[in-house]
Ligand binder design. Sequence first.
Ligand code: SAH
Length: 388
Amino acid sequence: MSEPTVTITRRGADRLAGGHPWIYRSDLAGEPRLAGGEVVRVVDARGWFRGRAFYSSKSQIALRQLTREDLACDRDFFAARIRAAKELREATFPGADAWRAVHGEADLLPGLVVDRYGDYLSVQLLTQGAEARRDLFRELLEEIYRPRGIVERSDAKVRLLEGLEQRKGLLAGQVPERVEYHEGEVVLQVDLMAGQKTGGFLDQRENRLALAPYARGVGLDCFSYVGGFALQLARGCQKVTAVEISEQMAPLIRDNARANGAAHLEVVTANAFDFLKQKTESAERYDIIVLDPPAFAKSKASVPAAERGYKEINLRGLQLLKPGGVLVSASCSFHLDEAHFEEILRSAAADSKRDVQIIEKRGAGRDHPVLLGVRETRYLKCFILRVA
Ligand code: SAH
């Protein structure tokens, strides 16, 4: 039986050689007649072997490279990849009980995302290749992690580009409504089934932990979700306000505050834009403010509107700080890169007529590695600024 083989153009081969694991449909020589989700042999226009990849029959990203070597992409292959990803996390975060366990392409496992929250896993299968290995990945994750339960959160929109329906449910074992894990001294509860993404935002975990040296006085956490930043602030601040638009989140933030003995954490259900505007018109000022909004630029077309949104909240954030105050400002919009975001912050600082220092420029945590050569894996920016 001959192995399914896909021929790529010279441009496609150059792209792989440059370190990018994706081949677009326009860089295939001809239209392969293959089922989606298969592992295929990739050859260039001269017929030379270029590796193995997942083939998608629907997506514009036709191939996602698994290996450039002549390796069989079998059970052992995938097990080794998941184990290698786990070893990196265990070495980076000794003793931690939560991290992104598999970060798709960046862990050489295209389309597979796995987050670990304490004794539970939350999984996203985002490509036809990952979807076709659903049972295999479940088995390997059970074997390697021995979790009490696994939730599947394959309800991300990108699945539609692969011709896959949205799916969410229990994949293995049992999972309680609220799952507990730790961020340093803080204990957090998240809802893996009903929460956003995989249940939480682990990409900001290290940034939340990085706030300890700055947390003092009066703190404000806008776009708070389950209160992760607010709880880190509460460890050093006398008073903290968490602002979150979703009414459903308030009880969870309050329970999280209670579990951490943070009686000085107040929850406000409000639109952060309105809240910030109202506060700038009052006399209240803060020592530290966190702005961690959802992606305002979800597409290239929405970049101008996103710019205005980021500008507004950051301008107000800077205006609301006491002298010496700290602004922690994040953007997870992939369509707006770090230089662009920094320019928006500069412009907000100029309008605030204050001198603003960059103390730290951070990105996603080390459990969300960036593949050199793959801009798509670099999306999160987190600046720590200080009003001089
Ligand atoms: N800071 C959080 C993650 C934020 S995700 C953490 O560290 O875990 C973005 C959050 O902003 C979501 O919970 C969403 O419900 C909320 N949100 C979206 N628009 C908002 C708005 N205009 N005002 C306040 N909260 C908003």
